[in-house]
Design a protein around this ligand. Structure first.
Ligand code: FDA
Length: 507
């Protein structure tokens, strides 16, 4: 069988290094399920029906990964590379064809160089671990990555990656200065050895198309000693429509030290506990103190009625905890907990907005939040602008720059797999069409959505077919990504439902 031959290959070829046998888990191994589930973030892909890997390997050395690649190629198995396991469509640990998982849980060293304001971080580390380690070295250094601390460095940076300081510092991938990757031939390459084309492609082109990324060298950014956070909820009864409408004109234009995101969801009404309402939570991080924030808000967004009492001053690392929703006073070490994010069953989609949505358009959204499918659902409006407007669309593969006012994340949740229905989120997505980016309707690879198009998983996918989803994620950069792919992995070994296609046509 595939599995038997693969394992034999693995054991024969790894005798020179630390024994790989303790790092290999087959279905008969008692730890198989717990290792598979450990970083499975979306429980939609943790059911009996979910296809399971033949083997999971948790390599500890580069040579282990080289051997896995060689043996998978020899024995016709696909590999899935998993860092933090947060892929919204489970692509790091699910495949319809026989496959093995390379789980990078042991590759999580973080080396901070305060003097040069840089760090080498391995793919299997979480962003929370990165933020924490930086904060132990300096109160004035930070890194612009995602909000959720358990996302993995490997997948997150490969797809762009952003959080509450994106308007000031850009994406995580904009702040990468070197990387190490193992390619299909098993070569360990740094930036110089891989060349600028491949180095370009892996910073935002999505993980899993070009090789196994071992580590990134990132630039640390300067944050002030004091930052200010506020969370201001407003409901339909408190003028939500007008506020969100105005927010669209403010959030991407205001001072780049200011982030104001909006989370829209149905909540229990305060006035009458039996009824529900729609709420917009205006959530903000200001890189500075209250004294500067209040006049700024009075000038640019007086309608929100922000007062001092809404604001809390803190250090940057405390703001990371606060904006993720940890209670005040939570120990910073919680960022080292690799499984704290609450796991559930969900489906997401994304959009980009270039022209403010008129009030009447917003008003059409609210009734949908009262529908059955909207229980626990939310929309997250994430402002762009600032430095994002001045980075060229082709600087890295992530193309959604100048002209985007904000991004929308739609997220539908269920408590039981049996309850799962995608019609609500798809209906909302189709309602939004006239209001969002067009030709192509943009999407964000890190908010992976297989609805927008997929490859033929068993074999060759033409560039044209893949373009259906590819230009939504990458616009014109998709061409260059396919060129790089054709050069570094012509036979398309590293592939999945949304991997970059190779132009090489021999099947
Ligand atoms: P995972 O391990 O699932 O990998 C994702 C993809 O990259 C897979 O295709 C995988 O094969 C590939 N890959 C992983 N490691 C690789 C490696 N070392 N080499 C090559 N390929 C590799 N995003 C954002 O920008 N801002 C945010 O605030 C958030 N917040 C957020 C919250 C929650 C709860 C979730 C579940 C997700 C997010 N995200 C996000 C999205 C997140 O950035 C995205 O899912 C990342 O791809 C996750 O990276 P992981 O390493 O955890 O994923």
């Amino acid at each position: 069988t595939h599995e038997h031959n693969f394992l034999q290959c693995l054991y024969t070829h790894s005798h020179n290094s630390t024994s790989i046998s303790t790092l290999v888990f087959t279905k008969t191994n008692s730890s198989y399920s717990s290792i598979l589930q450990f970083s499975t973030q979306n429980l939609r892909f943790a059911t009996n029906k979910t296809p399971k890997p033949l083997v999971i390997i948790t390599p500890q050395e580069v040579s282990h990964i080289q051997t896995i690649i060689a043996c998978s190629r020899n024995h016709g198995l696909q590999v899935r590379i998993r860092s933090g396991g947060h892929d919204f469509e489970g692509r790091s640990y699910v495949s319809e064809v026989p496959f093995v998982i390379i789980d990078l849980t042991y590759f999580r060293e973080i080396k901070i160089d305060v003097e040069n304001r840089s760090a080498w971080v391995q793919s299997g580390a979480t962003m929370g671990e990165v933020y924490y380690k930086i904060s132990r070295k300096s109160r004035n250094l930070g890194f612009p990555g995602g909000v959720c601390p358990t996302i993995g460095v490997g997948g997150h940076i490969s797809g762009g990656g952003y959080g509450t300081v994106v308007r000031k510092f850009g994406l995580a991938a904009d702040n990468v200065i070197d990387a190490q990757i193992i390619d299909v031939k098993g070569r360990l390459l740094d930036r110089e050895a891989m060349g600028e084309d491949l180095f370009w492609a892996i910073r935002g082109g999505g993980g899993a198309s070009f090789g196994v990324i071992i580590s990134w060298k990132i630039k640390l950014v300067q944050v002030p000693s004091i930052v200010t956070v506020f969370n201001v909820p407003k409901t339909l009864e408190q003028n939500l429509t007008k506020l969100v409408h105005k927010w669209q004109y403010v959030a991407s234009k205001i001072d780049e030290n200011m982030y104001i995101g909006v989370i829209l969801q149905r909540v229990n009404s305060k006035l009458n506990s039996k009824s529900t309402t729609v709420q917009a939570l205006f959530q903000s991080l200001f890189l500075g103190g209250i004294e500067k924030l209040i006049p700024l808000m009075q000038e640019k967004f007086p309608e929100l009625g922000l007062v001092r009492e809404d604001c809390i001053e803190m250090s940057w690392i405390e703001s990371v905890l606060n904006l993720y929703g940890f209670p005040k006073g939570e120990s910073h070490e919680v960022l080292l907990n690799r499984t704290q994010a609450s796991k559930d069953i969900f489906k997401v989609k994304s959009d980009f907005v270039k022209v403010p949505i008129p009030e009447i358009g917003l008003q059409g959204i609210w009734p949908m939040f009262y529908e059955d499918g909207a229980k626990d659902a939310f929309m997250y409006l994430f402002p762009y602008g600032g430095i994002m407007d001045s980075i060229s669309e082709s600087e890295i593969p992530f193309p959604h720059r100048y002209g985007n006012l904000y991004q929308i994340l739609y997220s539908a949740h269920w408590h039981k797999v049996e309850k799962m229905k995608f019609n609500w989120i798809r209906k909302l997505y189709s309602y939004m069409e006239p209001f969002v980016s067009k030709s192509p309707r943009g999407a964000y690879i890190n908010y992976r959505d297989l609805d927008i198009g997929v490859n033929n998983i068993n074999g060759y996918t033409s560039y044209k077919q893949a373009s259906v989803w590819g230009v939504k994620y990458f616009k014109n950069n998709f061409k260059r990504l396919a060129k790089v792919k054709t050069r570094v992995d012509p036979l398309n070994f590293f592939r999945n439902e949304q991997s970059i296609p190779s132009h090489f046509t021999k099947r």
